[in-house]
Ligand binder design. Structure first.
Ligand SMILES: *[C@@H]1O[C@H](CO)[C@@H](O)[C@H](O)[C@H]1NC(C)=O
Ligand SMILES: *[C@@H]1O[C@H](CO)[C@@H](O)[C@H](O)[C@H]1NC(C)=O
Ligand SMILES: *[C@@H]1O[C@H](CO)[C@@H](O)[C@H](O)[C@H]1NC(C)=O
Ligand SMILES: *[C@@H]1O[C@H](CO)[C@@H](O)[C@H](O)[C@H]1NC(C)=O
Ligand SMILES: *[C@@H]1O[C@H](CO)[C@@H](O)[C@H](O)[C@H]1NC(C)=O
Ligand SMILES: *[C@@H]1O[C@H](CO)[C@@H](O)[C@H](O)[C@H]1NC(C)=O
Ligand SMILES: *[C@@H]1O[C@H](CO)[C@@H](O)[C@H](O)[C@H]1NC(C)=O
Ligand SMILES: *[C@@H]1O[C@H](CO)[C@@H](O)[C@H](O)[C@H]1NC(C)=O
Length: 903
């Protein structure tokens, strides 16, 4: 065995060794708003059990937090009843809570019983059948806290609030014994297909079910009667209430009880399955018509009952898969930092739950499992379907989990825009604005052209690069080429264009580099699909990039607007440049690292605003993309800690939002709560996933990195990893933290900011969700309005203005100036600024030398990345240990009476 094989072996085992050593398998802090059953856009239940409070004292809600979801849990221990879910009774005590990527766990105490309630929303990267099944598990393990036997009964029910947004609607229900399980179901008596109200489906059937066990009883009836029975010492009667009625006031509930008898501990967990089933799932524009599409799992199952039986029977395996995935993600995350791993744990379910994985039928009406399309709801921002900038933000999680998810997300966008139904020369922002209707949108609004063409090309290439499947980019090559040509004409000077954040300006550095990266992505696509286009696009991209460095960089940083030294922003689109390996001067990344670090001392509590031209709003997805652009771990950790501070802010009342005030943390309308964009948290891991050899035929069977055959360099990298890994391993071992189960001790929480830390109550940010039709921010919408009404001369015609800019007759605005607000007279001309910067290396290359430069750049960067991520892990300057120990050990055993669901 050669020495290189030995190193490769080490390389192979390295992750396993580190997993054993790090051992972080769950978040180091409790999350403020905890995902319970979060598996689809309409199965999305959370509980705001922040700060150690008991989930038995708070009602779960839909993700909007505007809608309570009746989901009650009680336990009777030696005759005394405690509530562990929902509110109204005597709350069981919460000893601890934490989240993992797939699970939320509460450790509870009631009388002499200690029990864990675990909410598992499976994430199944290898299996679309399982991933598409809109169900979550709830399971309970219990043991007596004094080792003595105690008599124990558990009870749980759900109300009709899951089946509709309006309590005045009539619901009907049914209970089925399949032989292996008992299934309760409930739905509106008059369902409204494809209608959602206040974000909830009006065409869903909610299921609550349990595998049959001899000690289980069930019943349907009013909440008062069934909960009253249980607290009064009885079990359930296995009978149905058939008096169908409105959701309230005589709340019909679907209940189960289990009599465990006199036990010291459960031998197997109690397991429930909860789900919201819709069929069909979406309507999708197909040619001149509309097709209805169903969930992927329908190809395998004729009936929900059979699918649900299998889901319950598969619990042990599902749990094992979940633990394996959780451990992998958390140890990959912990290799960056504990805080980073925390962000992975709190973000993944909301990303995965935003999607419906669908299949169509063939001409004979049979399911066609080759016809897979995935639809993503822009949860937290509106009802847009496959909103392009949200997809772009979510991509890292999907690329990391299984890049095969990304193809079917892009396919419907591509298919629609390649059809005669779509007329615009630039990429659309979405497939329409009323999920679950994906009917397309042909409105001619070019202002977002650079944004969306750039996003689409980057994502299309990232899909091919990480999955090895070149069939998608081959199929839509001409469309992608059209968008590339649009970018070639319009990217460097973004005159007339807007970013999805709502930023406007003739020379926006961040938007420009996205467009340029899109062109480069196309050069990589053409390398596989149509080689004759490659050199041209590669040269265009590298030339524009060189020009961009000259224009965008001044005063030691990339400015928001070319030449305006006082402006700066998180240049998050450089993340995409790294992802697709666009050659960018390394010094530029380093200078940005230093610049961000230099701003840390003036950063507000919740981190940098993403742009100095915005009014102090931070955006988690762009902050973490920016962390992905760093080469310095100090700066990386600084950015991670900013997002972490908000994500685990215990006064938060909302599921992890993307957009919030950087000073107060308040999430503001269109705040992206529960947004799939949080898939951005995986940005650091996605960079490390190997590229695959792209084949045109379809998914490649042989994976592995597409490494240039420079053997010496490979060995060098491996040796470096081995040495650095060992050093890191030893260092990390010294850093072992105490168990997060031990909430009482100070020092358990790894994080705090040394600066001002005012104590605030729960954020008052629970305004109803505002729905935005097309453009994310109000400002951009206003611009679009001005443009379409013709009152804004600058934006009357994006194309001609942009071309004009290229021809040299430029009108520049200073940042802060907005078109229509003042005369666009202030100007700066030409490209001279960049010439003076210290690092600027003009290099106009072409053909073979350009190609070589790219390969060498790629390799060099890979090495630099590995070095940066393994080597330097010192604590960032402004963000220091240790914490104020602000995690309450538990809530009191309160008995909170409320008008809702009285026992
Ligand atoms: C990724 O997903 C595809 C499609 O479901 C599947 O065939 C493949 O096995 C998955 N790969 C991995 C590594 O999970
Ligand atoms: C609850 O989970 C914790 C952490 O995994 C474990 O230590 C404890 O034994 C569990 N309790 C029960 C009753 O299973
Ligand atoms: C309830 O389910 C049973 C099968 O368990 C079925 O025979 C019956 O028709 C259903 N009733 C309603 C009202 O759907
Ligand atoms: C539970 O079991 C213990 C030990 O076997 C026994 O002492 C106790 O009386 C039992 N309690 C009940 C209610 O059966
Ligand atoms: C199934 O779908 C694929 C992809 O859309 C399509 O190419 C194929 O023709 C379909 N098969 C049938 C039998 O309709
Ligand atoms: C990383 O940044 C920190 C803070 O700006 C600086 O002290 C350190 O020297 C940098 N490390 C490297 C390797 O550049
Ligand atoms: C969280 O707990 C700490 C310590 O008990 C307390 O000071 C703080 O006010 C609590 N925050 C909220 C939002 O309840
Ligand atoms: C298409 O987008 C425009 C611009 O935002 C919007 O006004 C319109 O309502 C959208 N139409 C559909 C069908 O989504």
């Amino acid at each position: 065995m050669g020495s290189s094989s030995v190193f490769l072996l080490f390389f192979f085992f390295f992750p396993i060794i580190t997993t054993l050593v790090y051992g972080q398998s769950e978040s180091s802090l409790p999350a403020p708003v905890i995902p319970l059953a979060v598996k689809s856009p309409y199965l999305n239940a959370w509980v705001a059990a922040a700060n150690g409070s008991s989930p038995g004292a708070i009602s779960p809600t839909f993700w909007t937090t505007q809608r309570q979801l009746g989901w009650a849990g009680f336990v009777r221990v030696d005759g005394q009843t405690f509530q562990w879910l929902g509110k109204g009774g005597t709350a069981a005590k919460a000893l601890a809570s934490y989240v993992t990527p797939t699970r939320s766990i509460f450790t509870m105490a009631a009388g002499s019983l200690e029990f864990n309630i675990t909410f598992l929303s499976p994430i199944e990267p290898e299996d679309w059948n399982k991933q598409s099944f809109p169900f979550s598990y709830l399971y309970i393990d219990a043991k007596s806290s004094d080792s003595m036997p105690h008599t124990v009964q558990f009870y749980s029910d759900i109300s009709g609030e899951w089946a509709s947004s309006d309590n005045n609607n009539v619901v009907q229900w049914n209970t089925t014994d399949t032989g292996s399980s008992v299934l309760h179901q409930m739905q509106r008596t008059s369902m409204q297909p494809m209608v959602e109200t206040n974000e909830m489906a009006e065409d869903g059937t909610v299921y609550y079910s349990m595998a049959k066990r001899p000690d289980m009883t069930w019943q349907t009836g009013t909440d008062v009667s069934l909960r009253g029975r249980f607290t009064g010492g009885s079990l359930l009667q296995n009978i149905q209430d058939t008096n169908f009625r409105t959701i309230s006031p005589n709340w019909p509930v679907l209940a189960f009880a289990v009599d465990l008898g006199n036990i010291t501990q459960t031998s197997t967990p109690l397991v429930w399955a909860i789900g919201v089933v819709r069929d069909p799932l979406v309507r999708y524009v197909k040619g001149t018509g509309v097709e209805v599409r169903s969930s992927y799992f329908r190809a395998k199952y004729d009936s929900i009952n059979a699918a649900l039986d299998d889901f319950l029977a598969d619990f042990d395996n599902a749990k094992t898969r979940a633990l394996t995935l959780d451990n992998k993600i958390m140890s990959d995350g912990a290799a960056v930092s504990t805080q980073y791993a925390d962000l992975l744990a709190i973000s993944l379910r909301q990303t995965m739950a935003s999607m419906d994985i669908t299949i169509g039928r063939d001409d004979n009406g049979k399911w066609n499992t080759s016809d897979v399309k995935i639809f993503m709801k822009d949860i937290g921002t509106g009802r847009r379907v496959n909103a392009v900038e949200t997809l772009y933000a979510s991509f890292p999680a999907l690329l990391y989990l299984n890049a095969s998810f990304t193809g079917p997300l892009l396919e419907p966008l591509l298919e629609y825009q390649a059809s005669p139904q779509y007329h615009n020369s630039y990429a659309a922002a979405d497939l329409g604005s009323s999920y679950p209707d994906a009917l397309g949108n042909n409105t001619d609004i070019p202002v977002l052209g650079v944004e969306n063409c750039g996003n689409m090309l980057i994502m299309a290439y990232a899909h091919a690069q990480k999955s090895g499947d070149g069939s998608l980019v081959a199929r839509y090559y001409d469309l992608l080429k059209k968008w590339t040509d649009f970018l070639v004409a319009n990217s460097l000077h973004t005159n007339g264009y807007t970013s999805a954040d709502g930023q406007v300006g003739p020379d926006m550095s961040n938007l420009a580099i996205k467009g340029i990266t899109g062109i480069f992505a196309m050069s990589k696509i053409s390398e596989v699909v149509r080689k004759s286009d490659m050199v041209n696009y590669r040269n265009k991209a590298t030339q524009l990039e060189t020009d961009w460095e000259g224009l965008a960089y001044s005063s030691n940083h990339i400015t928001t607007d070319y030449g305006v030294a006082s402006s700066w922003s998180l240049i998050y689109n450089l993340y995409a440049a790294r992802l697709v390996n666009l050659p960018v001067n390394d010094q530029l990344y380093k200078n940005q690292d230093a610049f961000y670090a230099s701003q840390a001392s003036t950063a507000p509590r919740f981190g940098f605003a993403y742009d100095t031209n915005d009014n102090g709003r931070a955006k988690s997805q762009w902050t973490i993309f920016t962390a992905g652009t760093t080469t310095n771990s100090t700066t990386r950790d600084l950015l991670v800690s900013m997002v972490h501070e908000r994500a685990f802010y215990n006064a938060s009342g909302n599921p992890f939002p993307t957009t919030y005030d950087s000073v107060t943390g308040r999430s503001i309308p269109l705040n992206g709560r529960a947004s799939p964009a949080q898939g951005a948290m995986f940005s650091l891991l996605a960079l490390n996933t190997p590229n695959k050899a792209i084949t045109l035929a379809g998914p490649s069977s042989k994976g592995g990195p597409n490494v240039p055959a420079i053997v010496g360099a490979i060995i060098g990298v491996v040796v470096l990893i081995a040495i650095i890994g060992l050093a890191y391993f030893l260092w990390k071992r010294r850093q072992r933290r105490r168990s997060k189960w031990d909430y009482s001790e100070k020092g358990a929480a790894p994080f705090s900011i040394s600066r001002k830390r005012t104590s605030v109550g729960v954020l008052d940010d629970n305004q109803p969700i505002e729905v935005t039709p097309y453009i994310v921010d109000a400002e951009a919408a206003a611009i679009a309005a001005r443009q379409s009404s013709g009152t804004d001369s600058l934006y009357q015609n994006g194309y001609s203005k942009a071309r004009e800019a290229q021809n040299g007759s430029k009108t520049y605005l200073l940042p802060g100036q907005r078109p229509g607000l003042s005369a666009a007279g202030s100007s700066y001309s030409g490209t001279s600024e960049g010439g003076g910067s210290s690092y600027y290396v003009p290099s106009t290359t072409s053909g073979v030398s350009s190609e070589l430069r790219v390969e060498v750049e790629e390799l060099r960067r890979e090495m630099a990345e590995i070095r940066a991520q393994r080597l330097q892990d010192e604590p960032p300057p402004m963000y220091q240990d240790p914490p104020p120990g602000n995690i309450a050990s538990s809530s009191a055993q309160t008995s909170e009476k409320s008008g809702f669901h009285v026992v």
